[in-house]
Design a protein around this ligand. Structure first.
Ligand SMILES: [Fe+2]
Length: 239
């Protein structure tokens, strides 16, 4: 089963697909790749909009593409890519930003050093607010923070996602391999934005992982993804 946990396929809501036509083209490509399920995760910035307005716009964007969806397209679940902000810690509505049917939130870290305050903020979301966290494209933050501080974040009860694109590029591929080896990666995504950028498919990324680690790791990713969709706990997934 091919599961894509990170995408910007909804039209006109962020820097992803600009209109319905582009959304459908992206979904056609995913269908050709054999993707079974994709989570639509438009960007959410709490400094720019409210949770209520974001959900309204996201749901409207989904309604727009619904009549054009084809049987071969992957199943779409609604979610969001939530940029961490200290202002979100303690927010009672955080659970509304989770992936449809689950308690998992795709959390994007700020593009700065991951410091103690951020780590304690994420910890509070988990322990005080009962959130389940999937950290988005964990390999990316190494451009901004040390491996040590990324590990401190990932050593919390969080799951990790990597982008297929990062596996295709030589420099980031080795970071991804290291993070997979350390057990910090549970699922993958394409982070697909625009058709013109020719994002690598999920399949391309999966092939690279398989070549390095064997089929077993892809089975693990699939198992983890299915467990997330069933809203299993962190301990059930990692244990
Ligand atoms: Fe993204």
């Amino acid at each position: 089963m091919k599961l894509d946990f990170h995408s910007h396929i909804l039209p006109g809501i962020d820097d992803g697909a600009k209109d319905i036509e582009e959304s459908i083209q992206l979904l056609d490509n995913m269908a050709a790749d054999g993707v079974d399920l994709v989570v639509a995760t438009p960007h959410f910035y709490c400094s720019k909009t409210t949770i209520h307005k974001f959900l309204e716009r996201r749901n409207n964007a989904y309604e727009k593409i619904k009549p054009y969806l084809k049987p071969e397209h992957p199943k779409i679940l609604l979610g969001g890519e939530i940029l961490y902000n200290h202002a979100l810690v303690g927010n009672d509505d955080l659970d509304k930003l989770t992936m449809q049917g689950t308690g998992f939130m795709l959390l994007e870290m700020p593009y700065t050093k991951i410091d103690e305050k951020i780590i304690r903020g994420v910890e509070s979301m988990i322990e005080d607010q009962g959130m389940k966290i999937l950290v988005a494209h964990i390999e990316r933050y190494l451009n901004y923070t040390s491996y040590k501080s990324l590990c401190e974040l990932m050593d919390l009860d969080v799951l990790g996602q990597i982008n297929a694109e990062s596996l295709v590029h030589f420099k980031s591929r080795h970071r991804c391999f290291k993070l997979i080896k350390e057990g910090y990666v549970q699922v993958m995504g394409t982070d697909m934005h625009r058709i013109e950028r020719h994002y690598p498919s999920l399949g391309e990324g999966m092939d690279i992982v398989e070549k390095k680690f064997g089929k077993g790791i892809l089975k693990d990713f699939e198992k983890n993804g299915i467990a997330m969709l069933k809203d299993r706990s962190y301990a059930q997934i990692i244990g």
